[in-house]
Design a protein. Structure first.
Length: 300
């Protein structure tokens, strides 16, 4: 694996931009897919399609699925908090809030990750920059929600669902860091196995929340295919290629680009308003994320 101080190549920059587009556009595809499917149906199809893309690639490289029951137990927990729960929550959230808002709130994931890592003792180092980052990030979320505007759609259960989804991602990162990564399982296979476990979880949920008849609209079906095949399957492959070729710090740059992509696409294709509160919230959240991650980036 290359280290980040060697510099990011032009091809690496292109891959980072492509990954930002794939993941940042996911919020648009979710919004469009909701025109024909409910959140649970969307997530099941997304996970299944992502697994169909990822598993054959991993197996073609000579990788093997884990055999230990304990590892699969951890994979199912990770799948629950990193895939099943946040994916469904974003789908529920986008029933009432814009894809741009969902994308911005998703950017709080690194803040949740660091907070949870501190609470469980994984990272107890508290610096002035890190504390300032948390404060800025929290202020950004408050500005996005604008609770002083009682008519704001963002200050709703949908907005809270998106925020809870970002927190669930944070739990997932901490859990995977403690129980799954660094244990000899190749990241690509780890990801494929986790998507497979998440697909099983959603299949179990379908009889309870996914049996209503879908509306087979062309835009909804196309969005669902793009979300699963590209936004999930291809994006995972591209993410690990970036980590292998350019290093983890270069890969982390995607975090800063996702909300910008989500806001721009929501504005272009869904005519979602870019309010002063959303713009200010983006700046504050990303500034907070930058401060909290600066120290770890300098260590690499």
């Amino acid at each position: 694996m290359k280290t980040d101080h060697q510099g990011v190549t032009r091809a690496g920059i292109a891959r980072v931009a492509a990954l930002a587009l794939l993941w940042g556009s996911s919020f648009l595809w979710i919004k469009l897919a909701l025109r024909g499917f409910n959140p649970v149906q969307i997530v099941f199809a997304r996970l299944l399609l992502g697994f169909v893309v990822l598993a054959p690639i991993a197996l073609s490289r000579g990788l093997h699925f884990p055999r230990e029951r304990r590892v699969w137990g951890h994979l199912f927990v990770a799948a629950l908090v990193s895939n099943a729960v946040p994916y469904v929550l974003f789908g529920i959230g986008e029933e009432t809030v814009g894809s741009n808002v969902a994308g911005v709130l998703n950017a709080t994931t690194p803040l949740w990750t660091l907070l949870l890592a501190f609470l469980v003792g994984v990272d107890r180092a508290v610096t002035v920059k890190k504390a300032a980052g948390f404060a800025l990030g929290f202020l950004g979320v408050v500005v996005i929600f604008s609770p002083w505007e009682s008519a704001s759609e963002i200050a709703s259960w949908g907005g809270l669902a998106c925020l809870a989804a970002a927190a669930s991602y944070g739990i997932g990162y901490v859990y995977m860091g403690r129980f799954l990564t660094g244990r000899g399982i190749p990241p690509l296979m780890l990801s494929a196995a986790q998507l497979g476990a998440a697909t099983v979880l959603l299949a179990l949920a379908l009889p309870f929340a996914g049996l209503e008849s879908p509306t087979w609209r062309l835009d909804a079906v196309a969005s669902l295919l793009l979300l699963g095949l590209l936004g999930t399957g291809a994006a995972y492959v591209l993410n690990y290629r970036i980590i292998d070729d350019e290093g983890p710090t270069a890969a982390s740059v995607v975090t800063y680009l996702l909300p910008i992509v989500a806001v721009i696409l929501g504005w272009i294709f869904l005519d979602e308003a870019v309010t002063a509160a959303i713009a200010a919230g983006i700046v504050l959240v990303l500034a907070g994320v930058t401060l909290t991650r600066k120290r770890s980036a300098e260590k690499r």
